[in-house]
Design a protein around this ligand. Structure first.
Ligand SMILES: C[S@@+](CC[C@H](N)C(=O)[O-])C[C@H]1O[C@@H](n2cnc3c(N)ncnc32)[C@H](O)[C@@H]1O
Length: 197
């Protein structure tokens, strides 16, 4: 059984870890891209805890795409949240389906990050938003990186500067900053390029 299959009940129980202030921050970042009634993809959304919160605060529809059925079955039903089983590297969506995309604590798990970035730039509409929430592997987070490796999940982590440079290669321009309250977590907030005229 894989890492996420066995850890799914833990995510189901303790995964809803976003304070109202944090959710409000994400809402303010995403609102320029997501109108009420718009659509957001939560890629690697697991048990859907963040998806539910975004659906409520942004008054939008959220699709969770995740390859681990054991995670997805933990989802509490929500009228504006839909779950789809699938992987970042081959998403079962038309081009430009979403106004924005969120990835929380999942990008470092994607085995083919370049393939995933190409798919992100395809399924998010031009000028749509991309919010990636990640851990900074420098400092004491190295221990978490090592711990995940020992548990059989070898993540591929980027520093904030590496993340910005990486997404830029796929036409997703943005900036990275540490989240308030420490240097362990950062976000990349970007925009998918409009096609050249
Ligand atoms: C640490 S969990 C985070 C779940 C959720 N985003 C959260 O913040 O609670 C990482 C998730 O990434 C998913 N995942 C792993 N590889 C993936 C891939 N190639 N494409 C999409 N999701 C993937 C796992 O199934 C798991 O649900």
């Amino acid at each position: 059984m894989g890492f996420f299959a066995w850890s799914a009940p833990l995510f189901g129980r303790y995964g809803d870890r976003w304070s109202p202030e944090t959710v409000a921050r994400y809402r303010d970042w995403l609102r320029p891209h997501v109108p009420p009634g718009g659509s957001v993809l939560d890629l690697g959304g697991g048990t859907g805890a963040l998806a539910r919160r975004l659906a409520e605060t942004l008054e939008c529809r959220v699709t969770v795409l995740d390859p681990t059925p054991e995670m997805v079955v933990q989802m509490e039903p929500h009228e504006r949240v839909t779950a789809v089983i699938g992987s970042a590297e081959a998403m079962p969506f038309e081009n430009a389906t979403f106004d924005a995309l969120v990835i929380s604590d999942a990008f470092h798990h994607f085995r083919d990050q370049e393939g995933a970035a190409r798919e992100i730039a395809r399924v998010v509409r031009p000028a749509g938003g991309v919010l990636v929430l990640e851990f900074d592997p420098s400092g004491w987070m190295r221990l978490v990186v090592l711990g995940e490796k020992l548990l059989g999940e070898p993540g591929a982590f980027f520093t904030p500067a590496e993340a910005c440079a990486f997404f830029s290669r796929f036409g997703i321009e943005g900036h990275c900053e540490h989240e308030p309250g420490g240097r362990t977590k950062y976000y990349f907030l970007g925009t998918v390029a409009r096609p050249r005229a």
